[in-house]
Design a protein around this ligand. Sequence first.
Ligand SMILES: [Mn+2]
Length: 335
Amino acid sequence: MNDNQNKYRERMGEIAALMRERDDFVITAHVNPDPDALGSEIAVRSILEKLGKRARVVNAEPVPRVYAFMDDRNIIEAYDPGVHDGPINSAGALIILDAASYERVGPPGGAMETSPAPVICIDHHVGTDGCGGIDLIDPSASSVGEIIFELCECCGFEIDGEIARCLYTAIVADTRSFQFNNSTPRTHRAAARLLELGVNSEDVYEAIYERNTPGEAALLGLALKDLSVECGGRLAWLKLTRAMQESAGASANNSDYFLNFLRGIEGVDVMILFRDAGGGKTKVSLRGKRGSDVNKVARVFGGGGHVQASGITLHEPLDEVVEKVLAEARMLFQD
Ligand SMILES: [Mn+2]
């Protein structure tokens, strides 16, 4: 075992000790939660529940419709300062998952930053420093789900059916069904063990990828009419204007549904989806293949994420954002 692995295990031990010692936990994750964020939150809450601890999950916003299937016990609460600032302030410990800054957590992050409670932070994003408490940040992990699985194995937390399903869903979503290069032998070992514990992989796949609405299919059709492929066929992008979203009666809740069509075009290495998110906001989702570092582009505009999957939100009109983000993305192909 090398130094890094030792440090990793030591950190896991500290986290497990705090989980066993304390009570009254508040768990959160990043804004716009994805299955890794939600699955990890629900799994950690279940682990604490089994230890006889009180724990609540408080997010900046309600669970997105497409991921409602993950929270079938309605565990996740949407942050309300009047309801949650008290519990956050008096918590035995705070747990931040799939994010490593108070800012990425959104509104509850402000209350957490000023709370005297110790903070556990478990993440796998690149370029994050942690929250200054007990930080477990491993960018080589496919997902926080994978890290929580290892925490259970290493520290003797029992994985029941619900926890297994949550962790497997987290891993599948963050690796896009083991297709991304963040999917390692370690990832597959975790997944294999979770299958042994009874997870139904077909159900998980269907729940994640096959929940789009006919309106979203119509919106994809409208967007594909204006598909742009440039940089010698290596950069493909789509934009979703307000008019397209109104005409289709749908928005893009699941950006990968759109990006996967671009991913399937032979020779494309970088895929970008631009969306007018309303209220003067534009959201940009970037994906890279074969090692293309789209995080580099996202960081220029204050966005974040992973080397091959990043996002940006800007309070600027769609067309202006398209122009400047594309200018930066084209630089990826200038060598
Ligand atoms: Mn994640």
